[in-house]
Design a protein around this ligand. Structure first.
Ligand code: SF4
Ligand code: SF4
Length: 467
């Protein structure tokens, strides 16, 4: 491995447990050039990555009801998820949904370690499935890339670098547009891009911003996102235990390492597992925070073992307990059940809350600092109803008193049927009058708001006040 921090000066440096290999001791960047690798886990990734990219890109195109499968309408303060409509009033539900998903991820991590990082995370999917491939295609395999980077600036080198960066920028822009299509309906987005960019400056600004962020990430920052920024990467060490399936090196079988002799363990110290690692670590040093679970080192070592006629699996998926030679404990252990219980609890509450959600929201407010007004011999209370239509189609809401506490109470509802557009809200005043001699103290009033389509009602209680 070569330290390239000093403009081409090279000196040997090995990955260790005390330093981050992708950062030099002087704080500069040690660019990692992972080698190509073939094997069964690469085959799996070559199937999973395109499939996931297709799902990310197509989701905003697929419609359920009148809206895309997933769409967040920031301007309209609404979100559409798999045929359901959520308004800002339903925002609390996100807490339960995120709790469910979060603990679901904890369960997966407790059982299979960083499988999400290696196969599903968009950072990995686009980095390894698109941009790393692009780089290899333009700049060649690892050794060619390293030599060219350390070599003089030639026309060939400049052309390759320009081509790589132009394509990386174009790819970043495409991903930024895919990202934006979750917030702007696809037709509007296409119209904004092709026909009327001048009238969509905020969309243009956001896309440019994300294009630059993604370009910075995929062209330079790369594995540092996983090592330095990603909170899940930092959290995972607290989620796993000795029975979690991780990627590890079988020390008992591999040690003592040796080169070219028939004595010692199975590890021939070829460094192939280190060369293919996208974060530059040596898996033989044990489980490390920088390991993103990509399985490159498994395939690399299996290839070597096959060549030297030894069984595959010196580097493999297994539990730390098994690597120590102890009997494997059950996969279903207390932390699995605790995380699963918390996840299911969150999702159950979310599902029940979504199921029992009203299709509209109503509340009653009175003018602040003016609980009542004296008009001659009468007391007047003014209550303003706020009604929000959570459907994406127009609807009418019927307002009426429900049960009258005092027979002499005069109720005037100027708008007893309030028509609201889809996902909009409106107000309706309710005037309440009572003779001064009839007022014996504050008493409750009930007003019912009914959805004319579904027939569902919300009953509101306000207090009639007087002197
Ligand atoms: S140690 Fe192996 S699994 Fe972990 S990041 Fe490196 S190559 Fe991938
Ligand atoms: S690839 Fe396998 S044999 Fe080669 S150094 Fe890594 S663990 Fe040892």
């Amino acid at each position: 491995m070569v330290d390239q921090s000093k403009g081409g000066a090279s000196r040997k440096r090995r990955p260790d447990l005390d330093t981050v290999y992708s950062i030099n001791t002087d704080g500069s960047r040690n660019v990692i050039h992972p080698a190509d690798v073939r094997g069964r886990w690469q085959v799996l990734k070559s199937l999973v990555f395109p499939l996931l990219i297709m799902i990310y890109a197509l989701m905003p195109w697929i419609r359920m009801g009148n809206h895309p499968l997933i769409h967040v309408d920031l301007q309209g303060r609404a979100a559409y998820l798999f045929g359901l409509t959520f308004t800002n009033q339903d925002f609390y539900l996100m807490f339960f949904v995120l709790t469910g998903i979060g603990f679901g991820l904890f369960v997966v991590t407790a059982v299979w370690g960083r499988i999400f990082c290696g196969y599903i995370c968009p950072q990995t999917v686009f980095m390894e499935g698109v941009f790393r491939k692009l780089e290899r295609f333009i700049e060649g395999p690892r050794i060619a890339r390293i030599r060219r980077n350390l070599g003089p600036m030639t026309a060939n080198k400049v052309m390759r670098k320009i081509l790589k960066h132009v394509l990386t920028l174009a790819g970043s822009s495409l991903i930024a547009h895919i990202f934006l299509s979750y917030f702007l309906p696809v037709r509007e987005l296409l119209h904004a891009v092709w026909e009327d960019p001048g009238n969509h400056m905020s969309a243009f600004g956001w896309t440019t911003f994300w294009t630059l962020i993604l370009y910075f990430d995929y062209s330079w920052f790369r594995e540092q996102t996983c090592i330095v920024i990603c909170p899940y990467g930092r959290l995972q060490s607290t989620l796993i235990d000795e029975d979690t399936i991780i990627i590890g090196y079988d020390e008992q079988r591999g040690e003592p390492r040796h080169k070219g002799t028939s004595e010692g363990g199975d590890c021939v110290d070829c460094f192939r597992c280190v060369e293919v690692c996208p974060t530059g670590i040596d898996i033989r040093n044990g489980l490390q925070l920088e390991c993103v679970g990509c399985a490159n080192c498994i395939d690399a070592c299996d290839e070597i073992m096959t060549k030297i006629g030894k069984p595959m699996g010196l580097v493999r998926y297994d539990s730390q307990r098994s690597f120590r030679g102890e009997a494997r404990k059950r996969l279903l252990r207390p932390r699995f059940f605790i995380y699963a219980f918390m996840g299911l609890l969150g999702l159950t509450v979310a599902v029940l809350s979504i199921g029992s959600r009203e299709s509209f929201h109503a509340n009653a407010l009175r003018a602040r600092g003016m609980p009542y007004v004296i008009e001659g011999e009468r007391i007047r209370n003014l209550v303003t109803l706020h009604i929000q239509n959570k459907n994406d189609h127009p609807n009418t809401y019927l307002i009426k008193m429900s049960g009258q506490a005092i027979s002499d109470l005069d109720v005037i509802i100027p708008q007893s049927a309030l028509r609201l557009d889809g996902l909009s809200d409106g107000q309706a005043p309710v005037f309440l009058y009572l003779g001064r001699e009839d007022f014996e103290g504050p008493f409750p009033i009930h007003i019912t708001v009914t959805d004319s389509l579904s027939g569902r009602s919300i009953q509101l209680e306000v207090t009639f006040r007087g002197p």
